[in-house]
Ligand binder design. Structure first.
Ligand code: PRP
Length: 185
């Protein structure tokens, strides 16, 4: 449970992933990615906004040279269930022809956001486009999509923290926790 210093302690239910668990898994993911891309130069495309915290930790543990860029895609608005419509705002502007792209995402739910993003990045001539997601909810998949790198598979709870929000709140929590229904009902 979050302690009394947590600004949202009354909204937070079970902590699914502690700071320590996340830290250890991010190091493991970084080692895996570094080994797979050894000798290559990576373009890390971070999906705003949720993946910012994960990406900041992941990139500092990567052992391959990389460029950093961002993409904005949004499907939730202020609800807890995906709207089903993926809106792509800002798109990375660098030349991706022949580059190896790794999209960093906080969570895969229906899979729609990453399907759209990957297709968009591939259409720009990237040599490869793979995805690295901290959290995966495979039980919620609506389209056929499987990320290459996954931190944790989680059950179908609405979770916040470590970048993940509800109505733009809770992103700064250092752990991943279930949001109490009273906080959004
Ligand atoms: C969340 C999350 C993923 C997407 C996953 O983004 O960051 O991008 O939803 O859902 P999907 O697999 O059903 O498409 P959100 O729209 O909440 O934007 P945010 O990252 O700015 O919070």
């Amino acid at each position: 449970m979050p302690d009394d210093s947590c600004p949202w302690k009354n909204d937070i239910g079970d902590v699914l992933l502690t700071e320590g668990q996340i830290r250890q898994r991010v190091q493991e993911l970084a080692a895996e990615v570094s080994a797979d891309y050894a000798g290559q130069h990576l373009v890390l495309v971070v999906a705003l906004k949720g993946a910012v915290v994960f990406a900041a930790d992941l990139m500092r543990a990567l052992q391959v040279p990389l460029c950093l860029d961002f993409v904005a895609a949004s499907s939730y608005g202020s609800g807890t269930v995906s709207s089903g419509e993926v809106r792509v705002g800002y798109e990375t502007c660098g030349d991706l022809k022949g580059r190896h792209v790794l999209v960093v995402e906080d969570i895969v739910d229906s899979g729609r956001t990453l399907s759209v993003l990957v297709a968009s990045l591939r259409s720009r001539g990237a040599a490869s486009v793979k995805t690295c997601c901290l959290l995966d909810k495979p039980s919620r998949r609506a389209v056929d999509f499987r990320p290459e790198y996954v931190g944790f598979e989680i059950p179908d709870h609405f979770v916040v923290g470590y970048g993940l929000d509800y109505a733009e709140r809770y992103r700064s929590l250092p752990f991943v926790a279930v949001l109490r229904p009273e906080a959004y009902q």
